[in-house]
Design a protein around this ligand. Structure first.
Ligand code: A3P
Length: 319
């Protein structure tokens, strides 16, 4: 007789994690690096193990703040603003944390800490409360305790056409510094088919969007374009959501401290590198809404619009 009882769930050991990592589907990204597919998303292979560890060992506290985003959607800006909102509000004129290190040092991206070039200030497990952390991981793979505790999540999304153009500049500078840029048509193809770091972009964004609609008290969903259009209103919204509303004049001060021009010109961001092979300066470019119009052909634009219609707008999300 066939055995119909369910087979027991294998206990993950370092060996079978390694083995199952080797079995993950692989693809080539931009003819420059391998990426692998885990839990439906594509990752740089070195990030999967830290992601698994984070998922299985991290215990969220009720006063944690987790920032989340996919890549090139305004993460650096959100990290800077959240730092200023949560820390050092009384004394910032004399002790401006943003002048001491790049924002990615102060607010580490949990799964990529293995690529830090210097010991990070925060031990994510031991740091004193309230912890301010960031992840690029999709919502579906976050630790259960993040979802079930009262910790707050702030997600930033961006228009897909500006996101791909920002990615294209970023990866060209990293992978092809002295070569012609990667053909944009192929980059758009990777983007729309979801085969890129933390892709699919569309699924990443929509997962967080749907969750923020269900639990607005838990998750604040921000749009980069809204932050550019109404910075005071949006930044005040973040401060209120995090239970740290602004006093008089504070919002202008924080917006200035976190402005792209200012951050770009700080010594800590002009030089050095917080993550291996990623110069600090590469996080700061133009920050323009609609920059894509200078690059995308009507065909590329239509391809992205079509993907947006079916993957975002069908769920009520317009970016
Ligand atoms: P562009 O490439 O369009 O200029 P991330 O931080 O997620 O990597 O996103 C990078 C994008 O955010 C880049 O967009 C970058 O210029 C922009 N950016 C970085 N810091 C910013 C800031 N302080 N204000 C507004 N945009 C910022």
């Amino acid at each position: 007789m066939p055995n119909t009882s369910p087979s027991p769930t294998p206990i993950p050991t370092p060996n079978n994690v390694e083995k199952s990592l080797n079995d993950l589907p692989r693809a080539r990204f931009w003819e420059a690096m391998d990426i692998c597919q885990w839990e439906g998303y594509w990752f740089e292979p070195g990030l999967v193990k830290p992601a698994i560890t984070f998922r299985s060992t991290f215990h969220a506290r009720n006063d944690d703040i987790l920032l989340a985003s996919t890549i090139k959607t305004g993460t650096t800006w959100l990290k800077s603003l959240s730092l200023c909102i949560t820390q050092n509000r009384q004394n910032h004129k004399h002790n401006d944390i943003l002048t001491t290190e790049n924002p990615h040092f102060h607010v580490p991206t949990i799964e990529s800490m293995i690529y830090s070039t210097k010991p990070t200030k925060i031990d994510i497990y031991d740091a004193s409360s309230p912890r301010l952390l960031h992840t690029h991981l999709p919502y579906s793979v976050l630790p259960v305790s993040v979802k079930e505790s009262q910790c707050k999540i702030v997600y930033i999304a961006r228009n897909p056409k500006d996101t791909i153009i920002s990615m294209w500049h970023f990866f060209n500078s990293i992978f092809r510094p002295n070569q012609d840029p990667f053909p944009l048509e192929k980059a758009v193809d990777c983007f729309c088919s979801g085969v890129h770091q933390y892709g699919s972009f569309f699924e990443h964004v929509v997962e967080y969007w749907l969750e923020s609609q269900k639990r607005p008290e838990k998750m604040l969903f921000l749009k980069y374009e809204e932050m550019k259009r109404d910075p005071k209103g949006e930044v005040s919204k973040i401060a209120e959501f995090l239970g740290r509303p602004f006093g008089d004049g504070e919002v202008d001060e924080i917006l200035w401290r976190c402005s792209l021009d200012r951050l770009k010109n700080l010594e800590v961001n002009k030089n050095g590198s917080i993550l291996y092979n990623v110069p600090n300066s590469s996080y700061f470019r133009k920050g323009e809404v609609g920059d894509w119009k200078k690059y995308l052909t009507p065909e590329m634009e239509e391809r992205i619009n079509q993907t947006s219609r079916s993957k975002l707008e069908a769920f009520g999300l317009f970016l």
